[in-house]
Design a protein around this ligand. Structure first.
Ligand code: GCU
Length: 593
């Protein structure tokens, strides 16, 4: 029941079902707009903002009131959206004021814009790079749509609710941790909130390209390029596909809004050592998109990972999207520094923990020749038995895949991390693995699995659904006796590649001492030295991902050495000061050649 303020101004005080009307009309992967090469109207900059701890905005329907001076108010209000703070978008509200550092609730963003439809651009879509965790969009006093998932882009069509002149746009963002969310209550990073990636208006023609895939057919010939096109409407027609660098100018028939062709070509393949990229233009009617793509093939053969047919050893490192100033927002400079440090370490791949990072990361990785493991935050305990939670996780996975499917740098989709083995978890995560393969049969699927503790061997029934088994192991740290790692390896005989998807130890930068003195750089370095000596000769270990590149914020970490930071970085929170362990890993990767 939703309170009707007109009859009873106090009804909202007793209506605990107030959010139901605003959790419908959910947008997801099928509402996304293909963005490559599009002109947009950025809405970045100052927005009006107010926190809303008790959800008064939905209870009292703040969005329904036109902004009028107090002198014209006919009854008192508890909010004053047009006389409030402003915040920069994109940003995390957790980074803007001390009193918002750990704020978990709703934040209301308000701004206006003018838009005049022009011929060929009669539709207007709002595209939000991501909002953590749930977002609700209101335009000119009307609720339009909601979105769940804190790290993937989504689009809301504003066209039907536009009015001439000024339009009033409001976005409510709710970053509460809840038992039905993905991740759930408990995770080892800072719970940032807000519109923390770019927000754009996207003018579009009546029929536009909603999705477009361009990539090598993974058949070992490296000479067949598959192009698929999905339109916003189920219409017929002919699309144009041009890849000038390959002398390709061809046509793709479209029927009921869908088209697909395979083009014979001899592209220079993409690889970390030769990140060859080609410009591809796809046109249909009044719509044109332009993407920059690399052509490469990644697949598994037995215990090998093959890039363009050649065995690959993944010299990796894990990284969070975290910054002492930006929080979970990032900048080109932040990403390029991350990649510079990864290359100094000798990496050819990064694991983007534990949620989809900014879309600029994969685009820059394409250019710079680094491979990526991207994953969804199916992390630790999740309400695996809840079908609505599965729908949320699956949608986040599909939005990540849809967003980055043309990025050559992305080689692995990760479907989860360290999830206790139950029947519900098995159904949930094997369902995600199947969804990933349906959406994108050209990449590998992985997860950070647990081990069979009784038999003390690498064994997880989920592994049969994966191409790569991730093993998070902290022998030397959480399990001090390194002999456990040797025993685990001796007991295991996996039939597919295993990568050490996490390994490490906390160390406060500058804190020195004995090799067994916890939280010293010397202890962290000794653990990596001893770990590497054990894993380097294991034939079925095909990769190593130190946890992690930089110290990062985590409220769970409160010793005198941590003070709200997880100190397992090979580099300190300043993203400059290298710890002793950095050289230990760099030497290992250099020796691998
Ligand atoms: C886990 C988890 C990480 C966490 C790390 C740690 O393996 O996957 O997210 O930060 O261990 O304990 O530091």
């Amino acid at each position: 029941m939703t309170a009707n303020a007109a009859e009873d101004p106090f009804a909202h005080l007793h209506d605990e079902d107030y959010a139901a009307p605003y959790s419908r009309r959910r947008v997801g992967v099928d509402d996304m707009v293909f963005m490559a090469g599009r002109e947009t109207i950025p809405l970045d900059g100052d927005w009006l903002f107010v926190t809303d701890l008790f959800d008064e905005g939905l209870r009292q329907r703040w969005f329904a009131d036109e902004p009028v001076p107090i002198s014209q108010w006919t009854r008192p209000r508890d909010y004053d959206l047009d006389e409030t703070a402003t915040v920069p978008v994109p940003s995390c509200w957790t980074m803007l004021r001390p009193e918002w550092t750990h704020f978990e609730g709703a934040g209301w963003y308000t701004r206006s814009f003018a838009f005049e439809p022009s011929n060929g651009r009669e539709r207007l879509v709002l595209r939000i790079g991501s909002a953590n965790y749930e977002a609700r969009v209101f335009l000119n006093g009307a609720f339009l749509a909601s979105h769940r998932g804190g790290s993937t882009p989504f689009s809301v069509d504003l066209t039907a609710n536009l009015r001439p002149g000024e339009n009033r746009l409001q976005v409510q963002v709710d970053n509460r941790r809840r038992s039905d969310r993905v991740p759930m209550h408990h995770f080892d990073w800072h719970n940032d909130g807000g519109l923390y990636r770019e927000v754009d208006l996207v003018p579009l023609p009546g029929v536009f390209i909603r999705d477009c895939g361009i990539g090598l057919v993974p058949d070992g010939t490296f000479s067949r390029i598959a192009v698929d096109i999905t339109l916003s409407e189920p219409v017929d027609g002919i699309a144009r596909v041009d890849i000038p660098g390959l002398g390709v100018r061809t046509r793709c028939p479209v029927t009921a809004g869908r088209g697909a062709i395979v083009i014979e070509a001899q592209p220079l393949l993409w690889s970390p050592g030769a990140p060859n990229l080609y410009r591809a233009t796809v046109e249909f009617g009044d719509d044109v998109v332009v993407d920059t793509v690399g052509f490469r093939e990644i697949r598994r053969s037995g215990r090998d990972i093959l890039l363009n047919g050649e065995p690959l050893w993944l010299r990796g490192v894990c990284v969070h999207e975290d910054d002492a100033v930006l929080g979970r927002s990032s900048s080109d400079e932040d990403v390029r520094r991350r990649f510079r440090h990864a290359r100094e370490l000798g990496c050819n791949v990064l694991r983007l923990a534990h949620y989809p990072h900014h879309e600029r990361v994969a685009r820059i990785a394409d250019e710079e020749g680094l491979m990526l493991w991207e994953e969804v935050p199916v992390y630790w305990a999740i309400d695996f038995a809840n079908p609505d939670t599965f729908a949320d996780a699956e949608n986040q996975l599909l939005e990540m895949i849809r967003r980055d499917r043309n990025r050559a740098s992305v080689i692995l989709w990760g479907v989860g991390n360290e999830n206790a083995d139950t029947d519900a978890r098995y159904a949930f995560m094997s369902g995600l693995a199947a969804a990933a393969r349906r959406a994108d049969p050209t990449r590998l699927v992985a997860a950070a699995c647990l081990i069979n503790r009784e038999a003390f061997r690498i064994e997880d029934r989920l592994a049969q659904h994966l191409d790569v088994i991730g093993l998070n192991e902290y022998f030397g740290w959480y399990e001090p006796d390194l002999a456990g790692l040797e025993r685990l390896i001796a007991n295991s005989d996996p039939d597919r590649p295993v990568v050490i998807s996490e390994v490490g130890a906390d160390a406060l930068s500058g804190h020195r001492g004995g090799e067994r003195e916890l939280f010293t750089e010397d202890c962290q370095a000794a653990i990596f030295r001893d770990q590497i000596a054990v894993i380097r000769s294991v034939p079925w270990i095909r990769g190593f991902f130190p946890w992690l590149l930089y110290d990062f914020r985590s409220p769970r970490r409160q010793t005198r050495f941590q003070r709200g930071w997880n100190r397992k970085g090979l580099i300190a929170e300043d993203k400059a000061t290298k710890k002793l362990a950095f050289a230990v890993v760099a030497n290992f990767y250099r020796e691998l050649g």
